[in-house]
Write a protein that binds this ligand. Structure first.
Ligand SMILES: [Zn+2]
Length: 482
């Protein structure tokens, strides 16, 4: 009986009628080669500084499932639950007939089942939802540590293990578990800053907390800049003393096993640098050999750059000493309300040591002084030109041309148009390669929410939506890399 059920499952997995390949081939042949379009689209991306777009409606799980069915009308969603029930029944029968079966360690069983994964050819219909929590609960109930009969799980594992050029695109969702607040969520930094500022000040107008990341607001007055500096310094200290999340560990594992082509992150926290195999570098060079494996798309909270010579420095306590000393322990806001309010914006920005040295050399040589630049935060603000756009554009372009074989999108809802376009380009490139060679490659969406309908339509080729906590996902994969 168990063999029979096993065969049924295999047939389900390998049945040609269930495979979406014939359908997607038609779709992709209409898609122009991504190589031709790379440059144009990147220029479009880089021309616009990070701005939010109108919030797209997120469909409920049932709506998305309905969409899946629509997307693959000829390719029914795998009846996972049914399969799981069959397996469960299958196991119960084995357990009841073999007294020693309970003594088989799950680990040993798992290893014995690993070999067929290479020949596993199942591919889920586009936008199939793999409910991670449901899967993990099921494992717990059955007291096993992995279920290689679950086609979606097996597909996910295979794609990650066979990948050699994975691209990971991340957002705030991967860092939330560290305790550093998300910028846009209800309890996020925007909200905290707005409440704090509006309750303590009546001479400063902050429309939304987002103003705190707006170039025009921050540099509008010494007080606004002082608030910004306080926030940067506090956040930097917090991040320095906080541990990275398990998902950062997952990206590190990809790099350790030589599977990571690049991680593109929207996060400014730089948690990646807490790990051995991940590297962040600013400025992002125009030379390929100098590119780090982690690209921060929106700058870094841990760096400052000179507004004159553009040199970048690691942030240090001394950069804030001037401001802190002037405050003499009092609240920065009291300092500005004081009688002797002669502080200028430039007083709140440290001098650039590079410019200062060049200036002193000029003076000694009797040359005309050129001035010393000021250091400012290396976070990319709203309403400013992206200073590293050219470098980022080159990395993205090169990575697309070198044919990535896996794209994982995690912890982001893709609200920033530039990031959305990067995802689209990688997705097109992977799909195109898949059709050309008939081989693997996958686009995986990972997060607590199903992507909005507009994102599903825009990205077009999502293979699997892993619905659940990315930290649990990361912990689940740890044993894969052992
Ligand atoms: Zn300088």
């Amino acid at each position: 009986m168990s063999v029979e059920i096993q065969q049924k499952i295999v047939m389900k997995q390998n049945s040609p009628s269930k495979s979406p390949i014939s359908k997607t081939t038609k779709k992709v042949t209409k898609t122009p080669s991504p190589k031709k379009n790379v440059k144009k689209s990147l220029i479009k991306y880089l021309a616009s500084p990070p701005k939010t777009e109108t919030k797209a409606k997120t469909p409920s799980k049932s709506e998305s499932k309905a969409h899946n069915e629509h997307q693959s009308s000829k390719t029914a969603i795998p009846k996972k639950k049914l399969i799981q029930n069959l397996i469960q029944l299958d196991q119960e029968i084995i357990n009841s007939t073999q007294d020693n079966s309970k003594n088989i360690s799950p680990k040993k069983k798992t290893k014995n089942q690993l070999s067929p994964i290479k020949d596993f050819s199942y591919r889920p219909p586009s936008n199939t939802v793999f409910d991670l929590q449901e899967y993990l609960d099921d494992l717990q109930a059955r007291q096993i540590d992995e279920d290689l009969h679950d086609s979606d799980y097996k597909f996910l594992k295979k794609q990650i293990l066979q990948s050699k050029k994975a691209v990971v695109v991340t957002g705030a969702g991967i860092s939330v578990a560290s305790g550093i607040p998300d910028f846009r969520s209800q309890e996020g930094i925007f909200k905290q800053i707005k409440e704090k500022t509006n309750s303590e000040n009546n001479d400063i107008s902050m429309g939304t907390g987002k103003d705190m990341f707006d170039f025009n607001f921050i540099y509008s007055s010494p007080k606004a800049l002082s608030l910004f500096n306080d926030m940067i310094f506090d956040l930097h200290k917090k991040i320095k003393n906080t541990q990275n999340t398990a998902f950062h560990g997952f990206i590190d594992n990809l790099a350790k096993k030589k599977k990571l082509k690049r991680c593109y992150t929207q996060n400014i926290d730089g948690f990646e640098t807490h790990l051995d195999n991940l590297v962040i570098k600013h400025p992002i060079s125009l030379k390929k050999k100098e590119w780090p494996n982690v690209i921060q798309l929106h700058g870094s909270i841990n760096h400052l750059h000179c507004i004159k010579c553009r040199k970048i420095f690691d942030i240090e306590d001394k950069h804030f000493e001037g401001q802190i000393n002037k405050k003499e322990g009092s609240d920065s806001l009291d300092y500005f309300i004081g009688e002797d309010n002669t502080v200028q914006i430039s007083d709140l920005l440290p001098d650039c040591p590079e410019c200062a040295e060049a200036e002193s050399v000029r003076i000694v040589a009797g040359k005309r002084p050129q001035g010393v630049g000021k250091l400012r935060s290396n976070i990319i603000l709203y309403n400013e030109e992206h200073p590293e756009s050219e470098g980022i554009g080159r990395v993205v372009e090169s990575d697309i041309l070198t044919n990535s074989d896996l794209l994982i999108i995690c912890g982001t809802t893709l609200k920033i148009p530039g990031v959305k376009r990067i995802v689209k380009e990688f997705s097109k490139s992977i799909e195109s390669k898949k059709q050309e060679t008939g081989e693997g490659g996958a686009i995986i969406w990972l997060g607590n929410e199903i992507p909005s309908q507009s994102i599903v339509d825009y990205v077009e080729y999502i293979d699997l939506v892993v619905l659940g906590d990315c930290q649990k996902f990361a912990k689940m994969t740890e044993k894969w890399f052992e």
